[in-house]
Design a protein around this ligand. Sequence first.
Ligand code: 13P
Ligand code: SF4
Length: 300
Amino acid sequence: MEISKEIKKLKEEKNGIILVHNYQLPEIQDIGDIIGDSLDLSRKAKETDADTIIFCGVRFMAETAKILSPDKKVLLPVFEAGCPMADMISPDDILKFKKGHPDYWVVAYVNTSAEVKAVSDICCTSANAVNIVKNIPAKNILFVPDKNLGNYVKINVPEKNIVLWNGFCEVHRRINIEKLMETKKLHSDAIIIVHPECEPEIVELADEVLSTNGMINFVKKSQSKEFIIGTEEGLIYRLSKENPDKKFYNTGTTAVCVDMKKTRIADVLKALKYEQYEITLDDNIIEKAQIALNRMLEYS
Ligand code: 13P
Ligand code: SF4
């Protein structure tokens, strides 16, 4: 049987749903039930009535699904699919900071482990970070782990005192300003859209700074026909598929997240067949991390 048909059959038998992040390979996007950004997928994971969630993305995303739907089986098809930025902060780092700064709220980007979320006050994604920081009842904030997203928030919420952690995403950091300017020269009508994980000079040059779903929605509504996309290149596949009349260019730098590309269609089939790799978390961690994630969903 064709592999996608086999996946569909097993998925129906097990009442499963396949959630796919926008950066996944085309073959995975094509079999997904829902394709989206971190915020969208967290919401869907909480709302779904499926028994099993097959999460095609990286570990912190599957953990988020488990925290929000602890009674469901959550499977991550590739065990080693992680996010290097999420590993740049530990729960101990936060506890140490909190000891010396009891009046600070810790705002954790969802690109963090479940254990980090459990010791944070609230989570955010790239789609809602500015609004969350604006709306929470705290003046002093430690923003972890991404210093670029944190810096973007700082610029947009100048009334708050925001301390930044020194984490970063290597994929977005690689996007180079000279190459971007050369690309813009070649396509002078193109609108530059970048992710807030990019370096500040890139963010400053951009016309729009958006999460991956923010980019999808912006392009759909835009009258423009050409766009330079400053994020992981998986998004260009979805943008091109959904907007065949529009043209998309990368920034002149190859931006590929190796971890996001680890999941292949055969891994999804194995995940469903052997129910692997199941995300398990301590009840105590789930309970505490749920507070930070639910607060995020309430505030956004
Ligand atoms: P989004 O929340 O915009 O999908 O971004 C997730 C991510 O990992 C960016 O690198
Ligand atoms: Fe993590 Fe960057 Fe990959 Fe996103 S693109 S999952 S932040 S390494």
